[in-house]
Design a protein around this ligand. Structure first.
Ligand code: ATP
Length: 449
C-alpha cells in the first residue's frame, strides 16, 4: 500500500499535479505546489463544493474573510491558550513525535479538537526504542508581525481554521442577508498550523485549505441538523467517487471530544498509509458565539422575528479539508489496467473533477488538413470546458497519456473526418470507440460545467 502512495506522488510530480515547493532551492519541508493539472483538480473540487452547498441551497451564504484577524479572536476562541499538540523527543535518535500518536487515540483527551493529555503509560521511541522526553505543550499557531516594528503589539496569527471568521461576522452577515435561523455561513480558504509532524504528502502540511460551514440553529434542533449534515457529507463523498467501503465514521467519545462539543464524528478514509481523518462533523453548541460576545462585549444574540425570543444560536460544523480531498480523490481514482507490458494507469476521476474534459488529436501531425480540422474542433470545445491537445507519437500512447491524468474522452480526427465530418471518440473507462458527428460532439460529451 505504501507503494501505491509512492506511485501517486511520482505521478503527481511527473504530470504536474503536485510537486515540492521551491525545489530548485532544495524545497521547503512539507510545502507543496499544485501545478497546472493539480490546480484544475483542486479548483474543480472547491467549485463543486460551493455549487452544492452554497448556490444550490437557500439557507447557506458565502464568506471570504481576511486571513489575518484581530488577535483577540484567538484569545476568545481559546486557540492562544489551548491550540496545542503534546510533543515528545527521543533522547537517543532525536526524532520528534506527537505524544497522542504514540498511544491509541482513545487514551488521550483533545482540546480544540487536539489531544491534550500525554499517554498514560510511558511509551518508547517507535523509531529506535529510545527513551522519550517529558511531554511539552506546543502551540500550533503561526505567528507574524504586522507593520514595520516587530514588537508584542504587532503580533498577529495566521488563522489555524476558517471557522472563527464565520462566528465573528455572524451578526454582520445575518443583518445584511436577513437570513433566518436555521442558516449557515460557508467559507473556503487557507489555514496554517505549525504542525509537529507534518507529512504523508499533502495529507498534513503547515499551510492547507479548508471548506467549512458554520450552520446556526436553535438548540433544540441540533440532533436533526447533525443528521442532516452527516447525510450531506455522505452525499459529497459519493460525488467524489470515494467508495463507501473505504470510509469509517468514527464517533468521538465524550472523553475525547473538545470540551464544548456535545457530539463529534470524524470521517476517516483508508489512505494507503493508514486510516486517517478526512473530514469532521461537530456540534459546537453555542460556545464560540458566547465566547466572542463575552470578550468583544457585543451582543451576538439572534432575535427570532416570529417569537421575539432572543438567543445565542447553536452551531453544527461540517468541515472538509481541501488538500485531503484532493489526495483521497487521487487515491480512489487511481487504477492500473492491463497486464505486464500493457499495464497502464487510468485515473478514473468523476468527469466534473477531471482537469481536462476531453483531448483532441489529429491522427498525423504532419498533415495540414487534419491538423486544421482538429484545431477547429479543439477551439470550439475549448469555449465550453478545458480541453487538451496532443499531436505527438502514436494514438495508443496519446490515449494512455490522457488516461493517466483522468481525461474522460479522447477525440481523434482522421482522414475519414475530412469527408464525413465525424470523429472517433474513445471513452476512458470502457475504452470503447464511437464515431460522432462533429456538430454533435458537445451534446455527446455532455456539459456538466
Ligand atoms: P488531525 O487530527 O488530522 O490533526 P484535526 O482534527 O486537527 O486533524 P480539524 O481541526 O478538525 O482537524 O480540521 C478540519 C479539517 O481540516 C480536517 O478534517 C482536515 O481535512 C483538514 N486539516 C486539518 N489539519 C490539516 C493539515 N495540517 N493539513 C491538511 N489538512 C488539514
Amino acid at each position: 500500500m505504501a507503494d501505491k502512495m509512492e506511485t501517486i506522488v511520482s505521478l503527481c510530480k511527473r504530470r504536474g499535479f503536485v510537486f515540492p515547493s521551491s525545489e530548485i532551492y532544495g524545497g521547503l519541508a512539507n510545502a507543496w505546489d499544485y501545478g497546472p493539472l493539480g490546480v484544475e483538480l483542486k479548483n474543480n473540487i472547491k467549485q463543486a463544493w460551493w455549487q452544492r452547498f452554497v448556490h444550490q441551497r437557500d439557507d447557506v451564504v458565502g464568506l471570504d474573510a481576511a486571513l489575518l484577524m484581530n488577535p483577540k479572536v484567538w484569545e476568545a476562541s481559546g486557540h492562544l491558550a489551548n491550540f496545542t499538540d503534546p510533543l515528545v523527543d527521543c533522547k537517543k535518535c532525536k526524532q520528534r513525535f506527537r505524544a497522542d500518536h504514540l498511544c491509541p487515540p482513545t487514551q488521550a483527551k483533545p482540546e480544540l479538537g487536539r489531544m491534550k493529555t500525554p499517554p498514560p503509560e510511558k511509551p518508547v521511541c517507535p523509531n529506535c526504542g529510545g527513551e522519550l522526553t517529558e511531554v511539552r505543550k506546543f502551540n500550533l499557531m503561526l505567528k507574524t508581525f504586522l507593520g514595520p516594528v516587530e514588537d508584542a503589539t504587532a503580533v498577529v496569527y495566521f488563522r489555524p481554521e476558517t471557522a472563527q471568521a464565520m462566528f465573528v461576522d455572524f451578526k454582520q452577515i445575518q443583518g445584511s442577508t436577513r437570513k433566518r435561523i436555521p442558516f449557515g455561513i460557508a467559507q473556503v480558504g487557507k489555514a496554517f498550523r505549525n504542525e509537529v509532524t507534518p507529512g504523508n504528502f499533502i495529507f498534513r502540511t503547515r499551510e492547507f485549505e479548508q471548506m467549512e460551514i458554520e450552520y446556526f440553529i436553535k438548540e433544540g434542533e441540533w440532533e436533526k441538523w447533525f443528521e442532516h449534515w452527516l447525510g450531506e457529507m455522505k452525499g459529497w463523498l459519493k460525488f467524489l467517487g470515494i467508495p463507501e467501503k473505504d470510509i469509517v465514521y468514527r464517533e468521538i467519545s465524550a472523553e475525547e471530544r473538545a470540551h464544548y462539543s456535545k457530539r463529534t464524528i470524524d470521517i476517516d478514509y483508508q489512505f494507503p498509509f493508514g486510516q486517517m481523518e478526512l473530514y469532521g462533523l461537530a456540534y459546537r453548541t453555542n460556545y464560540d458565539l458566547t465566547r466572542h460576545a463575552e470578550v468583544s462585549g457585543h451582543d451576538l444574540r439572534y432575535m427570532d422575528p416570529e417569537t421575539n425570543e432572543k438567543y445565542i444560536p447553536h452551531v453544527i460544523e461540517p468541515t472538509w479539508g481541501v488538500d485531503r480531498s484532493v489526495l483521497a480523490v487521487l487515491c480512489a481514482a487511481y487504477t492500473e489496467v492491463g497486464e505486464a507490458k500493457q499495464k497502464h494507469v487510468v485515473l478514473k476521476l468523476p468527469r466534473q473533477l477531471a482537469p481536462f474534459k476531453a483531448a483532441v488529436f489529429p491522427l498525423l501531425a504532419n498533415k495540414p488538413d487534419l491538423v486544421k480540422l482538429a484545431r477547429s474542433v479543439y477551439d470550439d470545445l475549448r469555449k465550453h470546458f478545458p480541453v487538451a491537445w496532443d499531436d505527438r507519437g502514436n494514438i495508443g500512447k496519446r490515449y494512455f497519456s490522457q488516461d493517466e491524468i483522468g481525461t474522460p474522452a479522447c477525440i481523434t480526427v482522421d482522414f475519414d473526418s475530412l469527408n464525413d465530418n465525424a470523429v472517433t471518440v474513445r471513452d476512458r473507462d470502457t475504452m470503447k470507440q464511437e464515431r460522432v458527428k462533429i456538430g454533435e460532439l458537445m451534446q455527446y460529451l455532455g456539459n456538466d460545467k
